[in-house]
Design a protein around this ligand. Structure first.
Ligand SMILES: [Mg+2]
Length: 236
């Protein structure tokens, strides 16, 4: 068996609101590095998010943006205590006797920053960042297949907060654990980009039963859930 974990809003709660920082930096990249006026930048971003699932997906396909440059710029910030040591998660991961990997659409440096803050850096055998999946990140089926290729014959368990990322995994016979904290930022903090994610979440949540084998609110609840996950993996 192999455990595949998403990074952002999964390893730490969405209410840490790290994505708010990401969001601001993505907007700044399109305005300041690419030079688009604010209204055009916003419109492009929302269009790409809706059409490609991520802003970068659209920027690569339509604007020939270098993904490494984009990711280095966007993730160039400190977590400033937003993500803290999680002893329950650390204990669960350390005691788990199977390969644990991260599959993220961020860059490896960002994932390492997060795992360092959580105190779980040594728990992972591999971090599959966007580059490691040849820039064909979730929800592209290729990303999941790329990970599975390294663990032939292993039953996989996938943990992610974004419902959009679950259907391709389900299709590949992976056991899905959905992390749904149920948190929403205050109305005044919902940027247009964040609202695209919420629209998507609302739309897909009704179909949660189809895609999610299990639902938890916080990643450390995996510890209590684990016997059930193992039973499911064993076909019981
Ligand atoms: Mg996530």
């Amino acid at each position: 068996m192999i455990l595949i974990l998403d990074c952002d809003n999964t390893l730490y709660p969405a209410s840490a609101n790290v994505m708010e920082v990401n969001d601001v930096r993505i907007q700044r990249y399109i305005r300041e590095v690419m030079g688009f006026p604010p209204e055009v930048a916003e419109e492009k971003r929302l269009g790409y998010l809706r059409q490609y699932g991520t802003t970068l997906g659209g920027l690569m396909a339509e604007e020939q943006v270098d993904p490494e440059e984009f990711l280095a710029y966007v993730h160039n910030y400190e977590l400033d205590g937003r993500v803290a040591f999680n002893p329950a998660l650390a204990q669960f991961l350390r005691e788990l006797d199977l390969p644990r990997v991260i599959l993220t659409s961020a860059c490896e440096a960002h994932a390492r920053k997060v795992t360092a803050a959580l105190g779980i850096t040594e728990c992972f055998e591999h971090i599959y960042d966007l580059k490691a999946v040849d820039y064909r990140g979730k929800p592209e089926r290729y990303a999941y297949e790329r990970v599975l290729r390294d663990y032939p014959g292993e039953k996989a368990v996938f943990v992610d907060d974004r419902m959009l990322n679950l259907p391709p995994a389900k299709d590949l016979g992976i056991i899905n654990v959905w992390v749904n904290e149920g948190w929403l930022p205050a109305r005044g903090e919902v940027t247009p980009a964040l609202s695209v994610f919420y629209e998507e979440a609302k739309r897909l949540q009704e179909r949660a039963g189809e895609f999610a084998d299990f639902t938890i609110q916080r990643v450390e609840q995996l510890a209590d859930l684990w016997p059930q996950v193992q039973a499911k993996a064993a076909g019981r």
